[in-house]
Design a binder for this molecule. Sequence first.
Ligand SMILES: NC(=O)c1ccc[n+]([C@@H]2O[C@H](COP(=O)([O-])OP(=O)(O)OC[C@H]3O[C@@H](n4cnc5c(N)ncnc54)[C@H](O)[C@@H]3O)[C@@H](O)[C@H]2O)c1
Length: 267
Amino acid sequence: MKKISSLISLKNKNILVTGGLGKLGLAINETVAELNGNLFLLDLPGKNFDKMNNHLKKISNIKINYIKCNLSDVIERNKIIQEFKNSKIKLDVLINNAAFTGSSDLDGWNNKFDRQSINTFEKALSLNLTSAFHLSQGLHENLNKGKNGSIINISSIYGFLSPDYSLYKGTNMNVPAAYSASKGGLLQLTRWLASTCAPNVRVNSVSPGGILNNQNKNFIKRYTNKTLLNRMAKPEDFKGIIAFLSSNLSSYVTGQNFIIDGGLSIK
Ligand SMILES: NC(=O)c1ccc[n+]([C@@H]2O[C@H](COP(=O)([O-])OP(=O)(O)OC[C@H]3O[C@@H](n4cnc5c(N)ncnc54)[C@H](O)[C@@H]3O)[C@@H](O)[C@H]2O)c1
């Protein structure tokens, strides 16, 4: 039987992380670097890649590429997909992580129901959901090469829970309808892709609860009280699930959603 140390290794695995230069991206990237995988970090142009690169190089001397791409633009997505196809590179893991989040600065987004705009609703679906479908479809050939690919869709507890407005009282925070709808869509897309891409590619999702990030003090207190573990998440709380789903530790796991929320959603 293989040892845990060999099952968990990401050595010689190529891992593409969308939104790889964001907050959760840092925890994902550290995990991959610590397990010696190679990283393709896809994010908007102009992000601070050098800082991330220098940080990760201190952990491990892995290959790290910055793919500059606006995933909201179908032409840019097609270009990246074509480059991967032409390169014939074996892709082992695709992590669909980029998204408009609750704190994104968009018109008609973080507003009350009657001021959430149709235009922004459609933009959010395009980035949070359509781009995950498009990349999974377009990169399927590359993911198939090793006959052991893994797609990880980063959803949210708001993909299956409705917002508790009492949490947000007195803050400028909100859970836009399009955020919930796109994240719920991602959970079902995960199951659909799991059937469609089997047996060579496994497809799972991760649903994080709120990650501590200088939010309003009252919000943090109220949110903390809703969890069983009495705190908000830390980025490192996601390292375990990323290591599990990216590596051969999860080679018999597909079509599942992993809820990492300190027990909030079972109350
Ligand atoms: N932070 C939380 O509390 C929390 C909770 C639940 C789920 N999540 C999910 O985790 C994922 C990461 O969230 P985060 O907190 O790291 O957010 P973040 O804003 O720090 O990171 C998102 C990254 O996506 C990139 N991005 C945005 N638009 C893009 C585009 N059009 N093309 C390419 N890249 C683009 C951003 O530049 C950024 O680097 C998201 O899917 C989010 O919904 C986060």
